[in-house]
Ligand binder design. Structure first.
Ligand code: SF4
Ligand code: SF4
Ligand code: FES
Length: 521
């Protein structure tokens, strides 16, 4: 007979009419296969404590009423499976006032949506019958499936800092849905602009917690609304314009201030008995500002006997243009790059910059498709992904790695973790380094505030978001902060110096290169 299994729930309890402060109550109950959080709450209510308050209606992921924080992440109680012998923290949905225990006042979310007139506004009565083609409604369909659970509102790192200025993911989804509806007569793009469409960092947390529908608010609402705002002359933000002007004029979003990376290295970096060959995509930042970071990537690849070819005439990946809505420039640069790389016969394209690589993986194929062109033929990979999965971590040169006596915590860049699904790989690489002690921070996947054009367009907001991130990382007591994104590195260093934090910020490949060279952090 199999042994009986249990599950433990630490449930937030608070009755504002009777309690001085909230507390957590612990309930250990029998585990049954397929049990969800709502089943456990119902069991507690029926068998252990009938005073516990929580909300639900459908029990099937349709009504949005049961959303709560599960281990600090928003989710639907009726759709979140429990695992045997695990402990869960269950608390009320963040950002909403608590009515009692797990019941929150959703009015705060509803009122935000009300101000954007969340219905099809029309001036003329509809003809009867009113017919809409599949094409006319297809764009709005995904947004239409929103059940208003507000999990995305609780997860959004930008909304919490700009509650008055930014309507947030659910509101942006609603604006997009109406904006794409041919029957609606209001200027939804202008409403999106007024309601903070440029405050989104494109972190993707909203899609991650949208368990009911997996609505891609970032790409299908926010980035599309931004592109429409640019078409209407409303966007981009003043802070983006210089970057786009540079890209139009030079092919790079930033200007040349010192010798570019591609001029500091030969066309081919040869190694003895190469095991593989890749092209390295430096992106604007490594090419024009962070050349030493590029050199460290070369060191790591060289130590692992990978021949590297440098595409001397690449242009910007267009991440800034896609994120800010400047599609014309973006499309031109994508085409230029694809034709150049295919002309070079590139088979494997590797980059350290997740902003570049997620654009190459996710946006370039769409542009090529829209233009009626064939998909690109090379394999595009992030450096962590390349080392761990393509080259193979088991084949890596660990003999030459020397000890680094340092404790390190890691920040998951949104464009690497959420948009490319790469989070284990950088940790595995850090763990190869002798004497390096790795400490996980709470919410390691919390956005640093740099992305989505927010650092350039809404700088103060980006620093506020980064401040929260740094506090979490510093709570670990780590000597240094690691990440795997040149843009996040700049943001964290900048925000750290403003907040008085003294820890250095490294890329994973910087630490690997130091360990190979035997230099001190
Ligand atoms: S992508 Fe991130 S910042 Fe943008 S709306 Fe979604 S959760 Fe908020
Ligand atoms: S977009 Fe998804 S997470 Fe946000 S309210 Fe709608 S269903 Fe919930
Ligand atoms: S109870 Fe309706 S969505 Fe969970």
């Amino acid at each position: 007979m199999s042994e009986k299994k249990f599950v433990t729930l630490n449930v937030y309890r608070y009755n504002p009419d009777a309690d001085n402060e909230p507390r957590y109550e612990t309930y250990k109950i029998a585990y049954t296969r397929g049990q969800v959080v709502l089943d456990a709450l119902n069991y507690i209510h029926e068998n252990l404590d009938s005073t516990i308050a929580f909300r639900w209606n459908c029990g099937t992921g349709q009504c949005g009423g049961c959303s709560v924080m599960i281990n600090n992440t928003p989710g639907l109680a009726c759709r979140t499976l429990l695992e045997p012998d695990q402990t869960y923290s269950i608390s009320p949905l963040a950002r909403f006032p608590v009515v009692k225990d797990l019941v929150v006042d959703h009015d705060r979310g509803v009122r935000r949506i009300e101000k954007i007139r969340p219905y099809v506004e029309r001036v003329e009565p509809a003809p009867r019958p009113e017919k809409l083609s599949r094409e006319e409604v297809s764009e709005a369909m995904e947004m239409k499936s929103c059940i208003e659970c507000y999990s995305c509102v609780a997860a959004c790192p930008a909304l919490v800092e700009t509650w008055q200025e930014f309507i947030g993911p659910a509101g942006m989804g609603r604006l997009a849905r109406l904006g794409y509806d041919p029957r609606d007569v209001l200027d939804r793009v202008k409403l999106a602009f007024i309601n903070g469409v440029y405050n989104c960092t494109t972190c993707g947390a909203c899609k991650e917690v949208c368990l009911p529908r997996h609505i891609d608010i970032r790409r299908k609402a926010i980035e599309k609304l931004r592109a429409l705002a640019v078409d209407q002359g409303l966007g981009p933000m003043p802070g983006h314009k210089e970057f786009i002007k540079n890209a139009d004029e030079t092919g790079y979003v930033i200007g040349v201030t010192t010798t570019p990376f591609v001029e500091r290295v030969p066309k081919v970096i040869e190694v003895e008995e190469p095991v593989d060959e890749v092209f390295f995509f430096p992106g604007c930042l490594i090419n024009l500002r962070l050349q030493n970071v590029g050199m460290n990537v070369m060191e790591v690849l060289k130590r692992n006997r990978v021949r590297v070819r440098i595409p001397k005439n690449f242009v910007c990946c267009s991440s800034v243009m896609f994120r800010s809505g400047s599609r014309k420039t973006a499309n031109e640069l994508v085409l230029k790059n694809v034709e150049y790389f295919e002309g070079l016969g590139v088979k494997k394209l590797v980059s350290l910059c997740p902003g570049c690589m997620s654009t190459i993986k996710l946006d370039w194929p769409l542009v090529l498709h829209e233009m009626g062109r064939k998909p690109y033929t090379f394999k595009a990979m992030d450096i962590n992904e390349y080392l761990v999965s393509d080259l193979g971590i088991e084949n890596m040169n660990t003999k030459e790695l020397k000890p680094l006596n340092i404790t390190v915590t890691y920040h998951d860049p949104c464009h690497l973790n959420r948009h490319q699904g790469i989070s284990e790989e950088p940790r595995k690489l850090l763990n190869l380094i002798p004497s390096l002690r790795f400490i996980e921070s709470d919410e390691s996947d919390r956005c640093c505030g740099a992305g989505g054009g927010v650092r350039a367009g809404v700088r103060n907001l980006s620093y506020t978001i980064a401040g929260k991130k740094l506090d979490l990382m510093n709570e670990t007591g780590a000597d240094a902060l690691a990440t795997s994104c040149s843009f996040c590195t700049i943001q964290l260093k900048d925000a750290a110096s403003r907040s008085g934090y003294t820890q250095k910020v490294y890329n994973v490949t910087d630490l690997l290169a130091m360990s190979y060279k035997g230099t001190k952090p």
